[in-house]
Structure formats: structure tokens, C-alpha cells
Design a protein around this ligand. Structure first.
Ligand code: PEP
Ligand code: MG
Length: 756
């Protein structure tokens, strides 16, 4: 990388030095801004320098000027997006024009007296990617501002963003409408990934450079810090890529390789180093570049571009963490932290650990993503797909997380807070009520015994077995251990987790599901090329049957963990009898092998399958005497029944499981299992929703498996339901033409007094 042009370094450094002097003086906010614009105009040899700041109504108010008519200050306002100032703000990019008045966005404001000025350079004042205002210089003569001048002005704007958001502006009446911090109540709607309610304060997952670290006295040292941090970043990527392994060009590897390339891009590094040479501290230099990436990301609609910008932001964040020496410091989080991020991986959430935050909010993500599953295990509500979330919140904002309705209230007024607190209290009361019935059986009013089991997958889920009063583990998702690891878990790791599950169950049944990878659960060290339709592709039992080494190792671990006790194992996404039989044969081989090696054989082998591929319904008779149990995975079954990708928000919610078609299918499955003498349960998310559970009980299902938080509500429903009555009312509806029976079932529940 060559040295930056001397002029840039010199002019930016000069500006920063003078700015620093002005900030140290004990003067009022207006005077400070006035002197800043005068200083910039003279240093940059501009005829005009002005600062426009954003008001609460998203207008831009002329807040200080050198060169324009001063009477326009605090009077001239531009609507959102109006004029060249609005363009710089909404595009979050510099606007550099030699003939401003002929630009289509030009908006003429006679009161400012700007007629004589032909050239215009406006740069956004960004903080956390959010535009706080625009810094403008203008000249009489037609000229195109050189790149180093644009850079110098942008660097100055970074510092100004801190000056403005440090906030003593608000104390002065003239700045009454200026919004240096977001202050109005707002609400955003997203998608519930994990249900629950929480009240707390925003903590940004991505670090913000602290304002006191803006300037540096020693540019040489800051440059060296950046060079070292960049080298560490590159080494980080090398280490990750080595771990991931060369034979696995999966999605994670693609992302990592792209990020490594971007991290080694000399133009990015040059921009950072230029900013440090100009006098910014290394962290502030990264912040300056990150702000631009963020602002552009927020405006990008093209998914490819968004991905690239997201990669860039992710490496900015990594670099900032390396510089600050902080990985993730869960101890520095306040007790009521609401974690806010553009997106979060399962591993990042696990780094925070249990109890570190109250809830998670993200712009991206999916409800069945691993991060959502981990958040559920950590016990916090989670709302994702909140559009432009990062633009709407700031660190420290009070937020109400309503992960029942999928709504976030930001900076709410006290009435909303009061009514929300009431709901939280009601929830707590309900929890207390659930605790009272924890050890009571789930029996319907007409005496039908329903068995409520737990869905688990991480060792931290296991404590919930006793806490929730579940009767066992109906679904143990073994792939989670693989998903949160950087490389294939060893045989001993697998044995340890499985035996922990059996031990903690204390004799209650544990139904292990063998590896259900593929679809949205991609392992970098296992997957090959990307697939066109991953949900219909190489996943679950298809992978394990094709990789007998991997599969047998897991089955061996399961047999070893049973250590002579009963073992229940089921296979995911089985589509025909042959797949089931092949998998079962491998399990039996492992049990035989253990015996031959003088190790204990499970006292009983219970073998099962998930009903997820619709075609499997017609193979159930063939399972007679071959399978001991079946479990319906409604998440997948629904996507295959209705041909609607469960991870695609456009179609995932289009069809209702409470529809005549889906319920008829479930009923037929239950009847087929019964005829074959096979126990059947439902373990998809729907089993944990009381209204759906009511329908399933009416269809004759007596075993339901669900997340721990659903056990109480579903038990309460069961104990308030007359199952016979419900069946009598619901079965005739299976031939109705309704797309969804939900409204009818809601009314029926009310009529029966069933507590949903
Ligand atoms: C299901 O598909 O309903 C299921 C329980 O499996 P998973 O959600 O893990 O795919
Ligand atoms: Mg499934």
C-alpha cells in the first residue's frame, strides 16, 4: 500500500487539530458550531460552510453557517430528502457537484442567499449509520472538490457526529427541534422467533467506538495499531478457514472467504490508515468507515449488494473488537440488557451465555434458525425481521419487547409501560399457576391422559426437564451439538451429551433423533456445493445413510450412552420403509457390536421415525412390528404438505395447520399408527400452542412434545378440556371448505371453557 496523498493527510489533520482546539473551549453549543463552520470554511478555502441538523420531524434545519445569510439559521428547513442536503442525508454518501444549481435535486431557498455559489460538497454526519445531519461547503467558482477534500470533510463529519450526539445542544432553546438522540416513541413489527415479554435497555451487539477515543496525539502509533489489528484479522480468517477444512466449500466457507478477501482489500485498509494519519484514533477510524458501510447497507435493496455490505460490516465489527481487545464481555452488560443486532449467529449468542440478556432483537434471521433455537434454550424472547431496526434504536433506549404480538415499543410513554408491566405481571402469575400444576398429570375433564414431553437438544435444555414437569424428552435434536461446534464432535463428546440426557431424565423416556442436518442446518465441514432447493435436497436421513461412517459413529455413541439402559432412537425425514429399515439395521449392528466387544447392549431398543415426508403415511402399515414409535414433525410436514418453504416469510405463514386438509392428514396418520400398533406423538412447534394442542387431542393424539415454556400452558388447556366434546365438534369440520378453522376453533374453545 502506497502512502496516501500528502495533501489529504495534511488538510484533514489540520482540520482535526483545529476542531479539537474548538472542542476544548468552554463555550455554548451555538457558538461552538458557528466557530466550527468558520474554521472549516477558512481551512478549506470555501466561501460557505454550513451545518444542517436533523429535527424530530426528519427535516434538516440549517443550524450554523459561514457565508450564507445568518438570518436563515434555525429558520430554513428542508423536508426529508429535499434538496442536495436531503440527497446527502438519505443516500448517506457525499454529494460533490461543480454546478449544483442544475442538479435535479437542487432546491432553491432564497432566504439563504446562496445564489452566487455554484459548487457544492455535502457529506452526511453519521452516527451508528444513522444520519444526524449534513456538513456542507460551497464555492462561488465552478469546481469539483478533490478526493482528499471529500475525505477530509467526511473525517470532520465523523467527529461532528460525536460533538452533536454528546448532546449539550438540547440545552439551548434554539436547538429545540434538533434530534441528537432518538427521543420519540416508535414501534416496529417483526416476526416472533421466541415468545415472551421483556422490558429493558438496548445494548448493541456491534460495539460503538467511545467518543473519548476520537482523537489521537500520536498518528504513528494509531497507524501501527491498525496495521497490527489488520494482520490479526487476516490471521483470524486463516485460522477459521483452516478449521473449516479445504474439502468443505459450504456456505460458511464461502462467507469466510469473501470476508477474508474484503479484509485484505487494500482500499479498505488504506481508508482506515488515512483516517488514522489524519489524527483519528484507530477505533474512530474504523467507526468512520463502518458508518458509511452501514448507511449504505440500510439503503441497499439488492440482496447481493446487501450481502456484500453485510460482510463488510461484519469485518468492521471484528476489527473493532480486535482493537478494543474485547471479544464479548457479558459481564459489562446491564442486568436488563436487550440485545440488538443486525443478525446474530448461534455461536455468538452462546458466547453471551445464559442470563446475560433479557431478549434479542434483530433485523434479519429466521424463526427456525439456530440462533432462535439457542435463544429459546437461553430463555429469552426473540423478535427478528424488524425492518431497519438499527436506525430506530440507540444504546440505552428503553424498549418493550412484546414477543407475543411481534412488536417492539421503543422509548414508550409511561401509559404503555404501565400496561405492559401489567401484562408481564399477569404472565408471572400464570407461571406461578403453572408451577402449582407442575407435578399434576395432564388429564382431560373426561379422563383422557395426555403425555406432555420436552423438546431439547443442548445440555442447557436438560435442567428444564425437572423444572417444567415434562414426562420425558419427546424430541432430542442431536444435530445441535454439531451445529454449535467448529468441527465434528468426537465420539466421546457425543457419548457425554447423550448420557447426560439419559441421566437427567432419571428413568423417563428420551427419544433421540439422529442427525437432522441439511435444509437450513448447514454444516461447513460436511456440506458440499449449495443446493437449488435445500429443503427438498440432501438432508436428514438422506445424509446419514450416504455417510455411514458419520452415522455409525453417532449410533455407537447412543448405544454407549445407554450403558445397558433402554434406548429410543428415531430417524428424521424418512420417506419410505426402505430408508427406515436401512437405518434400523445400522442401529442394530451397533448394538450387536457393543455386545461382541463385551459392552452392555441396551436393555431395550425402541426404534422410531419422524413423520415429515407426506408419502411416509402410506408406509406406516409396513412398520408393524418394526417400529415402536412415530413422531410427527409438523414443522416439516406442513412445508411438504403445502409445498411452502418454512424458512421463507412470503409463504411460511400462508397455510394454517388448523385447516381441514392438514388436520385430516394428521388424523389419518394417527389412525394408521394405531392400526399398526405403533405409539405416535407430535413434536413440531404446533404441539406447544394450546389451540393447536386442543385440535390434536380432539384428533386422538395423546402424546405431545414441546419447548419447556409450553408445558404449563398446554397442561392447563388439557385439564380444562372435555376431549370427547371437542372431538364431537371438530371432526365434522374436517370436510369443511374453510382455508383455516382457526376462528371456529377459537370460538369452540371459548364455548367449552377450554383455557387456551
Ligand atoms: C419438525 O419438522 O416439526 C421437527 C420437529 O423437526 P425440526 O424442526 O428440527 O426440523
Ligand atoms: Mg423436521
Amino acid at each position: 500500500m502506497g502512502p496516501p496523498p500528502a495533501s489529504f493527510t495534511a488538510s484533514a489533520r489540520l482540520l482535526l487539530r483545529k476542531l479539537r482546539g474548538l472542542m476544548a473551549e468552554d463555550i455554548g453549543a451555538q457558538e461552538r458550531l458557528d466557530r466550527i463552520v468558520a474554521m472549516i470554511a477558512s481551512t478549506m478555502v470555501a466561501d460557505v460552510c454550513s451545518i444542517y441538523l436533523r429535527t424530530g420531524a426528519e427535516e434538516m434545519e440549517l443550524s450554523a453557517t459561514e457565508g450564507l445569510d445568518r438570518s436563515a439559521v434555525h429558520t430554513t428547513r428542508l423536508r426529508k430528502g429535499e434538496g442536495l442536503v436531503g440527497l446527502a442525508s438519505t443516500s448517506a454518501k457525499p454529494v460533490n457537484l461543480s454546478d449544483a444549481r442544475h442538479h435535479p435535486a437542487f432546491s432553491y431557498r432564497p432566504e439563504t442567499g446562496e445564489d452566487p455559489y455554484q459548487s457544492f460538497l455535502g457529506v452526511p454526519i453519521l452516527r451508528g449509520g444513522r444520519p444526524l445531519g449534513v456538513l456542507v461547503v460551497q464555492n462561488r467558482a465552478q469546481r469539483h472538490y478533490a478526493e482528499d477534500e471529500v475525505e477530509a470533510l467526511q473525517t470532520t463529519a465523523t467527529v461532528l457526529a460525536e460533538v452533536v450526539s454528546a448532546g449539550n445542544l438540547l440545552a439551548e432553546a434554539r436547538f429545540g427541534d434538533i434530534e441528537t438522540r432518538l427521543s420519540r416513541p416508535e414501534q416496529l413489527d417483526g416476526r416472533v422467533f421466541v415468545e415472551g415479554l421483556a422490558i429493558g435497555r438496548v445494548v448493541m451487539h456491534a460495539p460503538i467506538a467511545p467518543p473519548q477515543a476520537l482523537f489521537s496525539d500520536d498518528p504513528v502509533r494509531e497507524e501501527q495499531r491498525l496495521v497490527d489489528a489488520l494482520a490479526a484479522l487476516s490471521a483470524d480468517f486463516d485460522a477459521i478457514l483452516t478449521d473449516v477444512g479445504p474439502r468443505a466449500p459450504g456456505i460458511v466457507r464461502d462467507v469466510m472467504e469473501t470476508q477474508k478477501l474484503l479484509a485484505e482489500d487494500t482500499s479498505w485498509a488504506r481508508r482506515l490508515i488515512e483516517a488514522a494519519r489524519a489524527g483519528l484514533a484507530a477505533e474512530a477510524a474504523v467507526e468512520r468507515v463502518r458508518n458509511e458501510h452501514r448507511a449504505r447497507l440500510q439503503n441497499a435493496r439488492d440482496p447481493y449488494l446487501r450481502d456484500r455490505l453485510q460482510d463488510l460490516e461484519s469485518i468492521d465489527n471484528r476489527l473493532l473488537r480486535i482493537l478494543s481487545g474485547a471479544v464479548i464481555d457479558r459481564n459489562s452488560l446491564p442486568e436488563d440488557a436487550i440485545l440488538v443486532a443486525r443478525d446474530l449467529s448461534a455461536a455468538e449468542l452462546l458466547d453471551y451465555g445464559q442470563g446475560a440478556f433479557l431478549a434479542v432483537l434483530t433485523e434479519e434471521g429466521g424463526p427456525t434458525s439456530h440462533a432462535a433455537i439457542v435463544a429459546r434454550a437461553l430463555g429469552g424472547p426473540f423478535i427478528g425481521r424488524l425492518p431497519d431496526l438499527l436506525r430506530h434504536v440507540e444504546p440505552g433506549d428503553l424498549v418493550l419487547v412484546d414477543a407475543e404480538q411481534g412488536r417492539v415499543h421503543m422509548r414508550p410513554n409511561i401509559e404503555i409501560v404501565a400496561s405492559f408491566r401489567e401484562r408481564v405481571a399477569m404472565k408471572q402469575a400464570a407461571r406461578a399457576e403453572f408451577a402449582l400444576i407442575r407435578n399434576e398429570p395432564a388429564v382431560t375433564l373426561d379422563g383422557r391422559r395426555i403425555h406432555l414431553m420436552l423438546n431439547a437438544g443442548l445440555s442447557m435444555d436438560l435442567d428444564q426437564l425437572a423444572d417444567s414437569g415434562a414426562e420425558g424428552i419427546g424430541l432430542f435434536r442431536t444435530e445441535f451439538q454439531f451445529l454449535i461446534a467448529d468441527s465434528l464432535p468426537r465420539l466421546s463428546d457425543q457419548i457425554a451429551l447423550y448420557s447426560q440426557a439419559i441421566d437427567k431424565a432419571e428413568g423417563k423416556p428420551v427419544q433421540f433423533r439422529t442427525l437432522d442436518l441439511g435444509g437450513d442446518k448447514v454444516l461447513p465441514y460436511l456440506h458440499g456445493e449449495r443446493e437449488e432447493n435445500p429443503a427438498l435436497g440432501w438432508r436428514a436421513i438422506r445424509i446419514t445413510l450416504d455417510r455411514p461412517g458419520l452415522f455409525r459413529r453417532q449410533l455407537r455413541a447412543l448405544v454407549a450412552a445407554a450403558a445397558g439402559r433402554e434406548l429410543s432412537v428415531m430417524f428424521p425425514l424418512v420417506a419410505n420403509f426402505a430408508e427406515f429399515d436401512a437405518a434400523r439395521a445400522l442401529l442394530e449392528k451397533e448394538a450387536d457390536w457393543a455386545e461382541r466387544m463385551g459392552k452392555p447392549r441396551p436393555s431395550a431398543l425402541r426404534v422410531g421415525a419422524m413423520v415429515e415426508a407426506p408419502a411416509f403415511l402410506w408406509q406406516i402399515p409396513a412398520l408393524k412390528d418394526r417400529a415402536q414409535f412415530l413422531s410427527v414433525g409438523t414443522n416439516d410436514l406442513m412445508q411438504y404438505l403445502f409445498a411452502a418453504d418454512r424458512a421463507n416469510p412470503r409463504v411460511a405463514d400462508r397455510y394454517d395447520i388448523l385447516s381441514p386438509g392438514a388436520l385430516s392428514f394428521l388424523r389419518a396418520t394417527r389412525l394408521a399408527a394405531e392400526s399398526a400398533g405403533i405409539t405416535i406423538s407430535i413434536c413440531g412447534e404446533a404441539a406447544g400452542h394450546p389451540l393447536e394442542a386442543m385440535a390434536f387431542i380432539a384428533l386422538g393424539f395423546s402424546n405431545l412434545s414441546m419447548p419447556a415454556s409450553s408445558i404449563g400452558p398446554v397442561k392447563r388447556l388439557t385439564r380444562s378440556l372435555d376431549a370427547g366434546c371437542a372431538a364431537g365438534a371438530i371432526l365434522p369440520l374436517l370436510s369443511s371448505p374453510e382455508a383455516s378453522l382457526r376462528p371456529i376453533l377459537l370460538n369452540l374453545a371459548k364455548e367449552f371453557g377450554a383455557m387456551i
